[in-house]
Design a protein around this ligand. Structure first.
Ligand SMILES: C[S@@+](CC[C@H](N)C(=O)[O-])C[C@H]1O[C@@H](n2cnc3c(N)ncnc32)[C@H](O)[C@@H]1O
Length: 342
C-alpha cells in the first residue's frame, strides 16, 4: 500500500497554521517528521490527503477538537523524574531557601511547571519540597503543571510510570512516594494532591496573562520548539506571571540571550537561572539554616552575591510518610483542569 505524501505546498500551509496556533516551529528539515506524525490523523477524520486535512483544520466545525488531537501528535514529550540534577540542586540550595525567606509573611508558595509533559517535573519538585523542606509545613504550597497536550496531562493525572521515567529517582524517594515495583510505579496520593494540572497553550497570550503571582517557573526543554519571535513573546508573559522577586528556570542547555533582557541571569554551580528582581536582596542577606553557601555574581556582574544556606538537604522531613495522614503542606484550593489557571 502506498502511503499518503504531503506536498511542499501543503507542508507550508500546515506549518503556518500550526505556528499561528501554537508558536511551534516546523522548519524544512522537519517535513518528514510532521508528515509521519500527522498521517494517523488523516484516517481518523476521514481525509484522503493532507490537503483535505488542512481544509478540515481551517473550516470544519470539529476543528477545535482536531487541534487538540494534532497537538497530542506533534509535540515531543520526552521527560523523566529528577532530570538535570544540577538545576534541581540549584532549586533546593539557592532558589527555594531564598523564596521561602521572601514569602515568610504570607506563607504562600506557587510553582509553575510550564510544558510539564506527563508530570515528572512537577512531581519531582513536589518530592523535593516534601522531603527536604519541613520549613514549609503549614504553608499554602501549590504546584501547577501545564501542557498543550491533553494526552500528556491525562497521563500526569494517572500518575503511573514505567522504569524509564523513574530510573533517576533516589531509591528512598521511590520507596516513599510510589507504590508498585518493576514495571509500574504509581505516585502516592499525598504527592498527587500537591500538584494540579491544566491544559495551557503557552502561545495563547490571553490565557497566559491570566496567570499571576507565581514564585518560581520551570519551563525546561520547551522553548527549543519555538522560533525566536514566539520565545520572546512567551518569555515576556512568564516575566509578568512572576512575583517580584521570582525565578525562571529554563533547560540546562538553553539561554535567554537575545530573548529577554529583563531577567537577570544568575549562575549557580554548573547552571544558570533567571531572576525577576527589581530590588535584588542585599549582599549580606542570609537564609536561615546551617551551612552558608555563597552565590556567585550574576553573569552580567550587576547583581550582588547573596548568601543562602542549605536548608533541607539531607534532612529528614517531618512531613507525613503516607497518604493516610493529612499533609501539613497544604495544596490550597483546587486548580481545575482546562479552566484552572489562577
Ligand atoms: C520535551 S517536553 C519537556 C518536559 C519537561 N519540562 C522536562 O524538561 O522534562 C516539552 C513539552 O512542551 C510541551 N509544549 C510544546 N508546545 C507547547 C505549547 N505551545 N504550549 C504548552 N506546552 C507546549 C509539549 O507538549 C511537551 O510535553
Amino acid at each position: 500500500m502506498t502511503s499518503i505524501v504531503m506536498s511542499q505546498e501543503t507542508f507550508n500551509r500546515l506549518r503556518e497554521l500550526i505556528y499561528t496556533r501554537s508558536g511551534l516551529e516546523f522548519p524544512e528539515s522537519k517535513k518528514y517528521l510532521l508528515e509521519s506524525r500527522l498521517r494517523s490523523r488523516l484516517a481518523a477524520v476521514h481525509c484522503r490527503t493532507f490537503e483535505e486535512y488542512y481544509h478540515f483544520l481551517r473550516f470544519d466545525p470539529q476543528r477545535e477538537q482536531e487541534f487538540t488531537e494534532l497537538f497530542n501528535c506533534i509535540t515531543t514529550n520526552e521527560t523523566f523524574f529528577f532530570r538535570d540534577m544540577a538545576q534541581l540542586d540549584c532549586f533546593r540550595h539557592m532558589i527555594l531557601p531564598q523564596i521561602i525567606k521572601e514569602r515568610e509573611k504570607t506563607k504562600s508558595l506557587r510553582i509553575w511547571s510550564a510544558g510539564c509533559s506527563s508530570g515528572e517535573e512537577p512531581y519531582t519538585l513536589a518530592m523535593i519540597i516534601m522531603e527536604e523542606f519541613p520549613a514549609l509545613t503549614g504553608w499554602d504550597v501549590r504546584i501547577l503543571g501545564t501542557d498543550i497536550s491533553e494526552h500528556m496531562l491525562q497521563a500526569a493525572e494517572r500518575g503511573v510510570y514505567g522504569p524509564y521515567a523513574v530510573r533517576h529517582i533516589p531509591p528512598r524517594y521511590l520507596r516513599k512516594y510510589f507504590t508498585g515495583s518493576e514495571g509500574q510505579y504509581t505516585i502516592d496520593p499525598m504527592l498527587r494532591r500537591l500538584v494540579k494540572f491544566s491544559v495551557l497553550n503557552l502561545f495563547d497570550s490571553m490565557r497566559m496573562r491570566t496567570i499571576r503571582e507565581i514564585d518560581i517557573i520551570f519551563c525546561r526543554n520547551v522553548l527549543i520548539y519555538f522560533d525566536q519571535e514566539a520565545r520572546k513573546r512567551i518569555v515576556t508573559d512568564f516575566y509578568h506571571a512572576l512575583r517580584d522577586p521570582g525565578v525562571f528556570v529554563i533547560g540546562f542547555s538553553e539561554s535567554l540571550n537575545g530573548i529577554n533582557r529583563l531577567f537577570r541571569p544568575m549562575p549557580w554551580n554548573k547552571t544558570i537561572v533567571y531572576y525577576k528582581a527589581s530590588a535584588m536582596p542585599a549582599p549580606s542577606m542570609t537564609v536561615a539554616g546551617s551551612s552558608n553557601h555563597r552565590i556567585p555574581q550574576s553573569v552580567n556582574g550587576s547583581a550582588p552575591a547573596i548568601q543562602v544556606t542549605h536548608q533541607g538537604s539531607g534532612q529528614r522531613s517531618s512531613l507525613a510518610p503516607s497518604g493516610t495522614e493529612s499533609h501539613p503542606v497544604s495544596a490550597g484550593r483546587m486548580w481545575k483542569r482546562k479552566e484552572g489557571v489562577p
